[in-house]
Design a protein. Structure first.
Length: 374
């Protein structure tokens, strides 16, 4: 069975609920009456779901209207969003570029204005990266803040349900309806520490962006950033092997995703222990910086988003999660917001806050985006 998908990112359209905010969900979140296919042909015969994911149910109970499910990189295990079977959505603002993965469709339907906000999942940057590619906002709350009940895979020490929107005000409304408080807009932005970790021209443009709204951050290094990225890859490889290796027997998982799943089989107990030690060190390093300033800032992507043609070369995309994945490892909340263009491709700023400070991230993003427009 080949799904019927639309190039704007929907895999199925329907209307559930009544209210004033419309949303869509990545097809790894359960919606009663529909199969959860996760962009994978190996799941075409899975049973129709009987219950909504908890987060979907909560939004429907609080005045939101669900308009459909969205496409994704197969089994949410990839960064480009390219999916020959489930559909690759067109990046609405940058149609020659990848939409980003894995929550590609959820980013696209927001960027195109089809819905007010959408839900994706972020295990190694899979909300922040497509948001950056599509020129919109993407929030990864802290680990465990939003319910993962009814979300694939069922078990993960890294994955978070995240939210896409075109404005911080909509993010505020969505979070408030999920019982995550966001206070009134800020009068003054708290102090920020900037970490230069991307291409020099990207970091320079981000600093220019901040200076343009009167922000002159402190500077610091985060020496465990690369170690945290690699540790995150080790853990996701192991956890995805546990979650998805039974599907490999069907022969229906695409070759590239199957290869990545199989790589998790050889992750040793020592490698996992080493990764957990990195998790502790990196978390402590981030907390130490956040004790000095309430916000950290760095590039969302270390390089410019590739075109669809360029992304056919795996080496061109392997490091695109280098600056987002570490904060899945530590569990800190992080948000990305558009910060201009370079050579016709989008640049995005990532903000990180202490655990429990999702509201501050939304307030800071609103402060920055409002002043940039003016």
């Amino acid at each position: 069975m080949q799904p019927v998908y639309e190039s704007n990112g929907f895999v199925e359209r329907f209307t559930l609920g009544e209210g004033d905010l419309s949303f869509a969900v990545k097809d790894t979140l359960d919606v009663a009456g529909y199969r959860t296919l996760a962009g994978c042909p190996a799941l075409v015969d899975t049973l129709v779901v009987q219950h909504h994911a908890t987060i979907v149910e909560t939004l429907l109970e609080n005045g939101c209207v669900l308009n459909g499910k969205t496409t994704l990189h197969e089994l949410a295990f990839g960064v480009t969003g390219i999916n020959a079977w489930g559909g690759t959505p067109v990046n609405p603002l940058y149609p020659t570029l990848i939409p980003g993965g894995s929550s590609s469709g959820s980013a696209a339907v927001v960027a195109s204005g089809e819905v007010d906000f959408s839900l994706g999942t972020d295990t190694g940057g899979s909300v922040r990266m497509p948001a950056a590619c599509c020129g919109i906002l993407g929030l990864k709350p802290g680990y465990g803040v939003l319910s993962r009940q009814g979300v694939m895979p069922a078990d993960s020490s890294l994955d978070c349900v995240g939210i896409f929107a075109r404005s911080a005000d909509v993010l505020r409304q969505a979070l408030n309806r999920l019982d995550v408080p966001v206070d009134a807009p800020l009068d003054t932005l708290p102090e920020i520490t900037f970490i230069a970790a991307a291409l020099p021209e990207i970091d320079a443009q981000l600093l220019t962006f901040l200076a343009g709204v009167g922000v002159h951050p402190q500077r610091a290094e985060l020496l465990t950033l690369t170690d945290a990225h690699l540790a995150g890859i080790t853990i996701i490889s192991h956890e995805n092997w546990l979650a998805f290796n039974p599907l490999l027997a069907t022969g229906a998982v695409s070759a590239d995703v199957a290869t990545r799943i199989r790589s998790g089989e050889i992750v040793t107990a020592k490698a996992l222990d080493d990764a957990e030690q990195v998790r502790q060190r990196f978390t402590a390093d981030v907390d130490a910086l956040l004790a000095k300033t309430p916000l950290l800032a760095l590039a969302t992507l270390p390089d410019l988003p590739p075109t669809l043609v360029e992304a056919n070369d795996p080496l061109s995309v392997v490091n695109l999660t280098r600056l987002v994945r570490p904060f899945n490892l530590s569990g800190h909340p992080a948000i990305t917001l558009p910060a201009g263009e370079h050579s016709g491709r989008p640049i995005a700023l990532q903000l990180v806050a202490r655990k429990g400070a999702e509201g501050l991230l939304v307030q800071a993003a609103e402060w920055l985006t409002t002043r940039r427009r003016h």
